[in-house]
Design a protein around this ligand. Sequence first.
Ligand code: COA
Length: 260
Amino acid sequence: MDYDNIYIEEEGNIATITIDRPKKLNALNKATIEELHQAFKELDEDGEIKVIIITGSGEKAFVAGADISEFAHFNVAQGGHLAAKGQELLFDFVQDLATPVIAAVNGFALGGGLELAMACHFRVASANAKMGLPEVSLGVIPGYGGTQRLPQLVGKGIAMEMIMTAGMMDAPRALHYGLVNYVVPQEELLALCRKLAQKITNNSAVAIAQAIKAVNAGYKPKEDGYAVEINAFGHCFGTGDFKEGTTAFLEKRKADFPGN
Ligand code: COA
């Protein structure tokens, strides 16, 4: 499929999605959200792709937020719909994707941009990255999961401070609070993400999908994470990957997972 606001590069089992609206600091308009949904869906269904990296084009921004020009005139119903649709199409969709997703935060990740990075399975930042949820400065609150995922990652107090002050957190501080896993010079960002992705591809994609499901279940109030883990654990015993992984270990060789 052809995309206008994003592009995809594939290298072996790793796909990189780049949000490509640099003049608007990669702000997420409706079309971009729809294209991202489609791209994540296609790549998840592509048996060859084992890890997806998402980043922003240019050196300045990952994503500077939802596109303010698109919702400035919205009423109550439209506002609610905007959040619900966005969460369904992109933010929850990415969080629950069976394929691991790494956010390469290459600059500003604000509002919907930080919410997108937080929906990914983990984050790596460049040294110039700045992260924040500035929505209350616009008279609104984070609507793409930010009020939930930020406290999960950094703790309630820091999340409250970030949301209330609408301030930006620099990369070292984000690393300190666990919002990102690594901070590297910008020119090394994608290389590190690819190195981590490569490590992931050595493991069983079938098992990783079950692990994502179990970890996420613990953050969903209606699910019992421990029960989901037990089911997912049991499920693995019926897979060819489990047979191959355990057999390879006992035979002292590298596993060649049939599910990969
Ligand atoms: N929505 C729509 N357009 C946006 C945008 C957003 N979230 N963020 C940046 N842009 C646009 C600007 O309007 C500007 O467009 P223009 O050149 O047509 O005027 C362009 O991107 C460049 O941004 P600019 O503000 O000129 O860059 P800067 O370096 O001075 O400031 C930021 C960078 C990130 C601090 C500033 O753009 C900003 O505060 N953006 C909004 C962040 C925000 O509140 N996000 C949450 C939205 S819910």
